[in-house]
Design a protein around this ligand. Structure first.
Ligand code: SAH
Length: 237
C-alpha cells in the first residue's frame, strides 16, 4: 500500500467530503506513481503512507471546504509540482476544466502521465506563471486559481490573480504565518484588483494545520501585471 486509505477517508469525513471507492482507487494509483517517480526524481519529500494520505491528499482536497468547485469550472493550479493540490481536486471533481502549471518540464511530464493513467483529463502546461498569464487564452479566463507552497502571498498574488476573471476566486494554501502574509499582501491585492473574502482553518491529522486564504477578484487586473519575476521579487507590490 502506497498511502493509508483508511486515514485519508477519516480525514475526508471530518471535512464532510464524501469519497467514492472509484476515487480511492485513483488515489492509490497516484500514490504508487509518486513512489515510483520519487526513486528517479525528487517529486516530494513526503513519502510515507500516512504522510501521503494527510499532507498531500487530505490537505489538497481541503480546498473543497473553502469553495465547492463545481463541475465545468475552469481551474488553474499554479506551481503544481508533483500535482498538488490540482490532481486530488481533479479526482474529487472529474468534470472540472483543470490546468496544471509548472515551470519545470519534468514535473509537467509526470503530472500529464498521472492524469492519463487515472483516465482523467487536464491541460498540463510547462511555463512560468508570469508569462502564461499574459497569453490571451489564459489571462482573466479562470473561475478558480489554487496554489500551495510556491511563494509568499504578496508575490504569489501577482502570479495568480491575472489568471482570474472578475468574480473569480483565488485559494492560497498557507500555514501558521497566514495572517502575517495576508497583512503584507494587502497592497498587492488592492493593486491587482482583489480582496480577501475569508480565511479558513482546517485541522488535519497529527496536528497538521492548514489555513486557506480565500481571495476574490473584484476588477480587471492592469495589463502591466504580472511583471517579470525579478521585478516581482525585488519590489513586491
Ligand atoms: N504545489 C506543489 C509544489 C510546490 S514546490 C506542492 O505543494 O507540493 C513549488 C513549485 O512551483 C515547483 O515545482 C516550481 O517549479 C514551481 N514554480 C515556482 N515558481 C514558478 C513560476 N513562476 N511559474 C510556474 N511555476 C513555478
Amino acid at each position: 500500500m502506497f498511502f493509508n486509505s483508511d486515514l485519508f477517508l477519516r480525514e475526508a469525513e471530518k471535512m464532510n467530503i464524501p469519497v467514492q471507492p472509484r476515487q480511492t482507487e485513483r488515489f492509490e494509483i497516484y500514490a504508487r506513481m509518486l513512489a515510483e517517480k520519487n526513486k528517479v526524481m525528487n517529486v516530494t519529500a513526503v513519502t510515507d503512507p500516512d504522510g501521503i494520505a494527510v499532507k498531500h491528499f487530505a490537505d489538497s482536497i481541503s480546498i473543497l471546504t473553502a469553495a465547492d468547485i463545481p463541475q465545468g469550472a475552469r481551474v488553474i493550479d499554479v506551481g503544481t509540482g508533483g500535482g498538488f493540490p490540482g490532481i486530488p481536486l481533479l479526482i474529487m471533481r472529474p468534470g472540472i476544466n483543470l490546468t496544471l502549471l509548472d515551470s519545470t518540464a519534468k514535473k509537467i511530464d509526470f503530472v500529464s502521465e498521472v492524469v492519463s493513467s487515472l483516465g482523467l483529463t487536464a491541460e498540463a502546461v510547462s511555463a512560468r506563471a508570469e508569462e502564461l498569464a499574459k497569453e490571451p487564452g489564459h489571462r482573466e479566463k479562470y473561475d478558480f486559481c489554487v496554489s500551495r507552497a510556491v511563494a509568499s502571498l504578496n508575490v504569489l498574488s501577482e502570479l495568480c490573480l491575472p489568471f482570474l476573471r472578475t468574480g473569480g476566486i483565488f485559494i492560497s494554501m498557507k500555514g501558521a504565518k497566514a495572517s502575517e502574509e495576508l497583512d503584507a499582501a494587502e497592497g498587492a491585492l488592492k493593486a491587482l484588483g482583489a480582496e480577501t473574502e475569508k480565511t479558513l482553518d482546517v485541522k488535519l491529522g497529527d496536528g497538521f494545520e492548514r489555513k486557506l486564504i480565500v481571495i476574490r477578484k473584484t476588477g480587471e487586473t492592469d495589463s502591466k501585471f504580472p511583471r517579470q519575476y525579478g521585478q516581482i521579487l525585488k519590489r513586491p507590490l
